[in-house]
Design a protein around this ligand. Structure first.
Ligand code: GDP
Length: 444
């Protein structure tokens, strides 16, 4: 997602570097390149036009800055305009004054509504809300069941029609669900609705009827980022037919060119609130326009990375590890724990992709093999606590046993153990130099 656009913009802006002063011709040429990059990324034409006009005006309007050279100035303007086009401030959820807050999901079939319902429920439950998922997609065979599965994974209850209890009538189900939420003190209700393959009147009417019945605080339009330009027409149709207060982009992990993300908000005026980037429950993020813009400009998404790290980071534990490291006491058990903590933040390739300059490391990132990491974890798990604590005791017969237990070749075990000793030695040297850790460290 955004890779091509990001590559193009980065190289256009790189061409400006080293120029002491930018002529109008330089700016025109740069804007032409940016325009092509945006069009190739499938951004809607009116959006491209206003974006370019804005950049040109500001770049030529000599916003002189002492701190930045002319090229940096243009990068700053492009960045700010990208943030603006993506919606400016991060938009938070509107909560109802009297609970429950009702969130209704709308969108085409296959957009990812049901999947998103689970992700959103899990995300909000993690913020001390007590959501109730409501199955109002009674059209698609299996949709109710799918929501139940998703709800179970998210650990969030699902309200679904039962015989004699609104079967076949999504509006009735929605009403009953709100009553149930009040009774059982759920402070949030997420209503999954039916989609169709294309926009049609019946679909819009059903969504509008549900909307009228539940009076949602938020209607989120869920749209598959891979549908490109169609996202704009679909969004417009939903805006007219149902109306919505926010947008959720799904399938950002696909090889979409990103045009949808850059167009939908500008065309509908409604903010993008969440982004879904995979099929798993945790492949989900609050959408931050500023972070997305710096990602597009190849500045990485260090803020998201930091936030994810904070969620799994345990300061006390880290201090303990640093002490052990300095004292040369790091064990394979510690290594396993650390690896699991990092992997909790998501696939390693995703994490690397958020680093500045990730665009240039694409090939290396593509080679990151999660399975290899799985194997390393399996090997360590195959060891006894004594072996993990002191890998020196892992002799030939132990190696054979571990290889058999974890289903890998003995050579892989040799490799891991050797690398562990090398790494330990290196870390001890570094710790010594920086004065980290146990009593043995040198200080002042
Ligand atoms: P609905 O018809 O709108 O409820 O769509 P679903 O939630 O059933 O999703 C349709 C398909 O898209 C399913 O196979 C999902 O697993 C998949 N899907 C949903 N969100 C994402 C995403 O962010 N990335 C990817 N790759 N697949 C997704």
């Amino acid at each position: 997602m955004f890779d091509t656009l990001s590559d193009r913009l980065t190289s256009v802006l790189k061409n400006l570097r080293g120029k002491g002063k930018l002529s109008d011709a330089d700016i025109d040429a740069t804007c032409r390149e940016i325009r092509i990059a945006l069009l190739e990324a499938d951004v809607a034409l009116p959006v491209v036009r206003s974006f370019i006009a804005q950049i040109k005006e500001r770049a030529k309007g000599a916003e002189v800055s002492q701190a930045l050279n002319p090229a940096q100035q243009v990068v700053k303007i492009v960045n700010e305009e990208l943030v603006a086009i993506l919606g400016g401030e991060t938009r938070r959820l509107n909560l109802a004054k009297t609970p429950p807050t009702v969130i209704m999901l709308a969108g085409l079939q296959g957009a990812g509504k049901t999947t998103l319902a689970g992700k959103l429920a899990k995300h909000l439950a993690g913020q001390n809300h007590t959501p109730l998922l409501v199955a109002c997609d009674l059209q698609r065979p299996n949709a109710v069941n799918q929501l139940q599965v998703v709800g179970q994974r998210a650990g969030v209850p699902v309200f679904a029609p039962e015989p004699g209890n609104g079967v076949g009538d999504p509006v009735a189900v929605a009403r009953l669900a709100i009553e149930e939420a009040r009774k059982s003190q759920h402070d949030l209700v997420i209503v999954d609705t039916a989609g169709r393959l294309g926009v049609d009147e019946e679909l819009m009417k059903q969504a509008a009827d549900i909307r009228d019945a539940v009076q949602p605080d938020e209607v989120l339009f869920v749209v598959d980022a891979m549908i490109g330009q169609d996202a704009v027409s679909t969004a417009t149709a939903f805006q007219e037919g149902v109306g919505f207060t926010g947008v959720v982009l799904t399938k950002l992990d696909g090889d979409a060119r990103g045009g949808a993300a850059l167009s939908v908000r500008e065309v509908t005026g409604q903010p993008i609130m969440y982004a879904s980037n995979g099929e798993k429950l945790e492949d989900f993020d609050v959408f931050h326009p500023d972070r997305m813009a710096s990602r597009i400009l190849g500045m990485g998404d260090v803020l998201t990375l930091i936030e994810q790290a904070e969620q799994v980071f345990d300061a006390q534990e880290a201090e303990k590890q640093a002490q052990k490291l300095g004292a040369g006491e790091l064990t394979l058990e510690d290594f396993l724990q650390q690896m699991m903590a990092v992997r909790k933040m998501g696939p390693i390739a995703n994490l690397l992709g958020m680093l500045p300059g990730a665009g240039q490391m694409k090939d290396a990132i593509a080679q990151v093999d999660e399975k290899q990491l799985d194997r390393v974890q399996a090997i360590i798990r195959g060891m006894t606590p004594a072996e993990r604590a002191d890998p020196k005791i892992i002799n030939a017969s132990r190696r054979q046993r571990i290889a058999k237990g974890s289903g890998v070749a003995i050579s892989e075990i040799n490799n891991l153990v050797n690398r562990f000793f090398d790494a330990k030695k290196m870390m001890q040297q570094m710790a010594g130099r920086f004065g980290i850790g146990g009593g043995s460290a040198t200080r002042g």
